[in-house]
Design a protein around this ligand. Structure first.
Ligand code: ACO
Length: 163
C-alpha cells in the first residue's frame, strides 16, 4: 500500500471511489478545482497495482478575523471535503494516514490554525476516526444539513499542538 499526493490523473478514480463509498458526490470540475487550487492537501492510497483504494480531498478556507473590522486580517483553516477508503481496505490505518498527511500540509504550507469537517451523525466509523484516532471535537450540530435532512456534526481539530 502506498500513500501519495493526488494529481489530476487520479481524479476519475477518486470520484469513482467517492461514488461507491458516500452519498455526497461532486462534479469533476469541483474535484479538479481542489487539486489545482490546493495541490498539496489531497492524497490517495493505492494498492500494489496502482489502483486507488482511498482518498482525502481537502481545501483551505480564509476568513476575516472580524467581519465588522475594516482591517484585512484573516485566519486560515483547513477543511476536509471528503474522505473514503474502499470496503476491503478498511481498518488498516489508511484513513488515519491520509488525514494526518493532509493536516501536516495544512500546517506546513498554509499555517492553518485548525481543520474542520462535517460528518453524518449516524456515521459511527468516521466519527470514531475523527474523535478517537485524531482528536477532533464536536463544535456544533447542524440540523438537516444533508440532502436527506440528516443532521451533521461540525467537528474541528486545533492544529499545531500534538497532532
Ligand atoms: N468502527 C469504529 N471505529 C472505527 C471504524 C469503525 N468501523 N473505522 C475506523 N475507526 C476508527 C478506529 O479508532 C480506528 O483505529 P483502530 O483500527 O486502531 O481501532 C481509526 O478510526 C483509524 O481507522 P482507519 O483504518 O484509518 O480507517 P479506514 O481506513 O477504515 O477508513 C473511513 C475510515 C474513511 C470512515 C471508512 O470507513 C470509509 O470509507 N467509510 C465510508 C465513507 C465515509 O464515511 N467517509 C467519511 C465521511 S465524512 C467526510 O468525508 C468529511
Amino acid at each position: 500500500m502506498n500513500i501519495r499526493l493526488a494529481k489530476a490523473d487520479d481524479l476519475l478514480a477518486m470520484q469513482a471511489a467517492n461514488l461507491q463509498n458516500l452519498p455526497e458526490n461532486y462534479s469533476l470540475q469541483l474535484w479538479m478545482y481542489h487539486i489545482i487550487t490546493w495541490p498539496q492537501l489531497s492524497f490517495v492510497a493505492e494498492d500494489h497495482k496502482g489502483r486507488i483504494v482511498g482518498y482525502v480531498l481537502a481545501k483551505i478556507d480564509e476568513e476575516k478575523d472580524n467581519e465588522d473590522d475594516a482591517s484585512t486580517a484573516t485566519h486560515t483553516h483547513g477543511h476536509i471535503n471528503s474522505i473514503s477508503v474502499m470496503r476491503s481496505y478498511r481498518r488498516l490505518g489508511l484513513a488515519k494516514k491520509l488525514m494526518l498527511l493532509s493536516q501536516e500540509a495544512m500546517i506546513a504550507i498554509y499555517r492553518a490554525s485548525f481543520v474542520s469537517l462535517h460528518v453524518r451523525q449516524s456515521n459511527k466509523a468516521a466519527i470514531s476516526l475523527y474523535r478517537d484516532a485524531l482528536g477532533f471535537a464536536v463544535k456544533k450540530v447542524e440540523t438537516g444539513y444533508y440532502a436527506d435532512k440528516e443532521d451533521a456534526l461540525s467537528m474541528q481539530l486545533t492544529l499545531g499542538s500534538n497532532h
